[in-house]
Design a protein around this ligand. Structure first.
Ligand SMILES: [Zn+2]
Length: 92
């Protein structure tokens, strides 16, 4: 058992929903967007060779390139939200 295992289903990531009950809707939607992007890659690349650890395969690299624009966009959203929250603290 890892520290991040769900207390109800014992899966990491949680497969029963319990771990997501306190997430903000916006964060849940971002996670869903991420998973949809992963599914898109897998549907477009039905035969892939991924590493289980260690050296990256060509498909690992292709996957990272596929994910990069989405992750950059999500980081931008995260940074804007963080800056807005920091601004609110200054206002208080
Ligand atoms: Zn769970």
């Amino acid at each position: 058992m890892a520290l991040s295992d769900c207390l109800h289903c014992w899966d990491t990531p949680c497969s029963c929903g319990w771990e997501y009950r306190r997430w903000a809707i916006e964060d849940l939607k971002e996670r869903m967007k991420l998973l949809k992007h992963v599914i898109k890659f897998k549907e477009e690349n039905l035969t892939t060779v991924f590493s289980s650890s260690g050296d990256e395969t060509e498909d690992d690299k292709k996957f990272l390139l596929h994910m990069q624009p989405l992750l950059e966009a999500q980081n931008e959203v995260y940074n804007k939200r963080r800056d807005a929250e920091a601004f609110q603290w200054v206002e208080l």
